[in-house]
Design a protein around this ligand. Sequence first.
Ligand SMILES: *[C@@H]1O[C@H](CO)[C@@H](O)[C@H](O)[C@H]1NC(C)=O
Ligand SMILES: *[C@@H]1O[C@H](CO)[C@@H](O)[C@H](O)[C@H]1NC(C)=O
Ligand SMILES: *[C@@H]1O[C@H](CO)[C@@H](O)[C@H](O)[C@H]1NC(C)=O
Ligand SMILES: *[C@@H]1O[C@H](CO)[C@@H](O)[C@H](O)[C@H]1NC(C)=O
Ligand SMILES: *[C@@H]1O[C@H](CO)[C@@H](O)[C@H](O)[C@H]1NC(C)=O
Ligand SMILES: *[C@@H]1O[C@H](CO)[C@@H](O)[C@H](O)[C@H]1NC(C)=O
Ligand SMILES: *[C@@H]1O[C@H](CO)[C@@H](O)[C@H](O)[C@H]1NC(C)=O
Ligand SMILES: *[C@@H]1O[C@H](CO)[C@@H](O)[C@H](O)[C@H]1NC(C)=O
Ligand SMILES: *[C@@H]1O[C@H](CO)[C@@H](O)[C@H](O)[C@H]1NC(C)=O
Length: 483
Amino acid sequence: MISLPLLAIALFPFALAAHQPGAGVVHAPIVRRSHSNRVANLPKAVEALRKKYGYQVTNVKSTNSKRGNIAAIPITDEDNDSSYSGVVSIGTPPQNFNLVLDTGSSDLWVATTSCTSCGSDVPEFQTSKSSTYKATSSVLGINYGSGSAQGTVAQDSVTFGSFEMSQEFLAVTNVSTGLIGDGLSGIMGLGFASISSLQTTPFWEALYNANNLSEPLFSFYLERYVNQANQISAAPGGVLTLGGTNSSLYNGSIEYIDLTGPPSYWLLTVSSVTVQGKTITIGGPSGLAAIDTGTTLIGAPTPYAASIWAQVPGSMELSGDWQGLYAFPCDTNVTVHISFGGTNWAISPLDMNLGTLNNTIIGNANATSQMCAGGIFDIGIGSTPAWIVGDTFLKNVYSVFRASPPAVGFAQLASGSNSSTGSSDPNPVQVTGLTPLPTSTCASSSGSSKSGSTNSGSPSPINNIALSLTLLASVAGCFTLFL
Ligand SMILES: *[C@@H]1O[C@H](CO)[C@@H](O)[C@H](O)[C@H]1NC(C)=O
Ligand SMILES: *[C@@H]1O[C@H](CO)[C@@H](O)[C@H](O)[C@H]1NC(C)=O
Ligand SMILES: *[C@@H]1O[C@H](CO)[C@@H](O)[C@H](O)[C@H]1NC(C)=O
Ligand SMILES: *[C@@H]1O[C@H](CO)[C@@H](O)[C@H](O)[C@H]1NC(C)=O
Ligand SMILES: *[C@@H]1O[C@H](CO)[C@@H](O)[C@H](O)[C@H]1NC(C)=O
Ligand SMILES: *[C@@H]1O[C@H](CO)[C@@H](O)[C@H](O)[C@H]1NC(C)=O
Ligand SMILES: *[C@@H]1O[C@H](CO)[C@@H](O)[C@H](O)[C@H]1NC(C)=O
Ligand SMILES: *[C@@H]1O[C@H](CO)[C@@H](O)[C@H](O)[C@H]1NC(C)=O
Ligand SMILES: *[C@@H]1O[C@H](CO)[C@@H](O)[C@H](O)[C@H]1NC(C)=O
């Protein structure tokens, strides 16, 4: 997920340190809108992404889980890889929803039928039809870069995979026009409790704490459709294995890298990035990266984004609404590898190419060669974490998020997706050539107004600034989110 706090990034540490119940830092995703154009929406998505990450955090107990269960949860690929969702059931009897699976946030969020602004294409939770629903008196306001949402902190029975338990979540009652839609109803946060806006232990982590997972981890296989010629609004998109790994989905061994710092986001350190054969050494605080299934692209700090694209002849930084994004000649295969201290993992050039840009965007209406938008963008400098490594990378590996010992592991996909040319695409979907995307203007809104969360009973001043946007899918952001 992508997003950023509007202005409160630097203040989040206070909120966390104070343990104020009202410190509602909500990482809300922005769900995609139907059939918006991905490339056209990129500027909005990037803007929202820049705001997402603002603080690092505290601690999470680690215990060893030896017994319990494992669940294979089918994933849906939304809009050409802009986000990945899974079915979550809420209430008694259970009502099913497609929620974005987001390792970059730690709260569960769902639209309810009390939400008149959520849109007709958003399946909504009918709280009155659940015999186990319990609302609290706490109301939390969430601001997005492009809008806002409010909801009630509630508790109900939640089923995800084969696991069922009572879970606290945000029952959303109001969102800005167009904030969610296209069949997605909210987010399932898969980060650690220390960054939960609701200050609640996330579903997966509660299972882990209860020793209910066969192994203290969950694993993702994400499929690729970005290179598909036909429009894909939803398609089978992989598997989330909760409580284990599935050895039929990866080849060889899983290389685990210890988390950098205490668990909060799933943080690793980018040690190097290799582009067109040229290696750029990174490491240290400037390499701190959130491994984020909820973010569509890869966000790199300004100087690294520049040096990465400097290796691609003919590439250029875009400006205006497109600032932060880079364009490159569409006939170039952009070959990138990323290392977090171990293997140099290859990213398929298919994932680096987001589609053709209208020549007016590149400032040359008469250009004869097509320029395409790239999968690595400039997220700015000074944010923590400095990098956001999203689906553009994660589609290329089998990824394992391990609570104990805290680590993220990667393995080669079973079908041999290590190809750096995309010629051995692990995705079963047929690869067809890129077609120029129609461009349209992303509906713009300057929604970065701030407004505080209004959690009851907490007069702390942080209520006024505790807002964080989590743009789910970066790219999707606009497509998704925009409002
Ligand atoms: C592992 O993945 C394969 C291929 O998707 C699937 O057929 C199998 O059922 C999975 N096994 C488990 C235990 O989930
Ligand atoms: C966790 O494990 C306990 C003991 O085996 C079991 O009673 C409970 O139903 C499990 N909870 C979940 C959510 O699976
Ligand atoms: C719903 O949210 C919008 C902004 O997103 C706000 O203007 C409006 O007042 C809210 N409505 C209610 C009933 O809270
Ligand atoms: C998916 O990609 C195809 C081909 O690039 C494009 O035609 C289609 O509009 C895209 N769909 C969305 C929702 O962006
Ligand atoms: C490119 O964008 C301009 C301005 O929005 C528009 O007039 C033009 O028709 C577009 N060109 C193509 C090929 O879509
Ligand atoms: C594009 O071509 C038109 C017609 O030949 C010309 O008038 C215009 O100056 C050109 N624009 C650029 C940016 O080269
Ligand atoms: C696994 O990797 C080995 C060597 O890297 C390769 O020969 C084999 O084809 C791979 N198997 C699968 C199922 O991808
Ligand atoms: C992919 O895997 C094969 C087999 O392990 C190996 O020979 C090849 O060098 C790998 N390619 C890349 C780009 O890592
Ligand atoms: C890019 O990669 C594709 C697939 O491997 C290949 O067919 C094509 O020739 C490559 N293009 C260039 C310019 O290298």
